[in-house]
Write a protein of this length. Structure first.
Length: 209
C-alpha cells in the first residue's frame, strides 16, 4: 500500500531544501547579476559562479544577522506564526530587494571613487576605456596601417577583451563612420554608414572627446 505520510514528508523536506537553496543562492545571484549588468565582466567558470553567489549571499545577510537571529532562533518561529504578513515582507526585502540595492550602490560608489584616483586596476585598458560609456571621436588604425574614422556614441557597441587572448574577440561596432580625404581630414559622407571591426585587426585607437 502506498504510504501517503511518507510521501508528504518527502515533499515537505523537498520544499524546505528548496527554501534554503533560494535563501543562500538567490541573493548572491541577484547581486552578481546587477553588478554584471551595470559593468559587464569576463566569462567565468561555473565553480567560481557558485562561490561568488554564496559569498555575495553571506554579505547580503550581514546587516540583518540580528533580525534573522531573533526571528528564527530566539522566537523559534513564533514571530512568523504571529506576524505572517510582516515576515513575508521582511524575507522579500532581504532576499530579493536588498541584493539589488547593494549591487547598484556598490557600482555607483565604485564609479564615484574612480573620479578621485589617477589610475584604476582593470583586466585591460581596453575594458577600462569602454566601460566609461562616454561618447568620443575615434580613429582606428588597423594592422595594415589603414585608418577608419568614426564617432563612438549611442548605438555603438564593443565587446570585452578575451581572457585567453587580449586581442581576440575585442571587436568594436562604430555607429557613425566618416571618410578621410587625402589630407586626412574627416569628411561627412553623403550617407551615414556604420562598421564592425574585428579586434584581431586593430593596431591602436585614438580618442577625442
Amino acid at each position: 500500500m502506498f504510504d501517503i505520510s511518507g510521501f508528504s514528508d518527502l515533499i515537505f523536506k523537498g520544499i524546505i531544501a528548496l527554501f534554503y537553496s533560494i535563501m543562500f543562492l538567490l541573493p548572491g545571484f541577484l547581486l552578481y547579476t546587477m553588478q554584471n549588468t551595470l559593468s559587464p565582466r569576463h566569462e567565468e567558470s561555473q565553480y567560481l559562479f557558485l562561490l561568488k553567489f554564496l559569498t555575495y549571499s553571506c554579505l547580503n545577510y550581514v546587516p540583518y544577522i540580528s533580525i534573522i537571529y531573533i526571528i528564527f532562533v530566539l522566537q523559534k518561529g513564533q514571530f512568523i506564526l504571529s506576524h505572517p504578513i510582516l515576515s513575508i515582507y521582511i524575507l522579500i526585502f532581504i532576499i530579493f530587494i536588498n541584493p539589488l540595492i547593494i549591487g547598484g550602490s556598490s557600482f555607483f560608489i565604485y564609479r564615484w571613487t574612480c573620479k578621485f584616483n589617477c589610475s584604476s586596476i582593470h583586466s585591460t585598458a581596453w575594458d577600462f576605456v569602454f566601460k566609461q560609456k562616454q561618447s568620443a571621436w575615434i580613429l582606428v588604425t588597423l594592422k595594415d596601417d589603414s585608418k577608419i574614422a568614426g564617432k563612438y556614441a549611442k548605438g555603438s557597441q564593443v565587446s570585452l577583451s578575451s581572457k585567453d587572448n587580449r586581442n581576440k574577440g575585442s571587436d568594436i561596432y562604430i555607429k557613425e563612420i566618416y571618410e578621410l580625404n587625402k589630407k586626412n581630414k574627416w569628411v561627412c559622407p553623403n550617407r551615414i554608414s556604420s562598421m564592425w571591426i574585428s579586434g584581431e585587426e586593430i593596431k591602436y585607437i585614438e580618442f577625442w572627446q
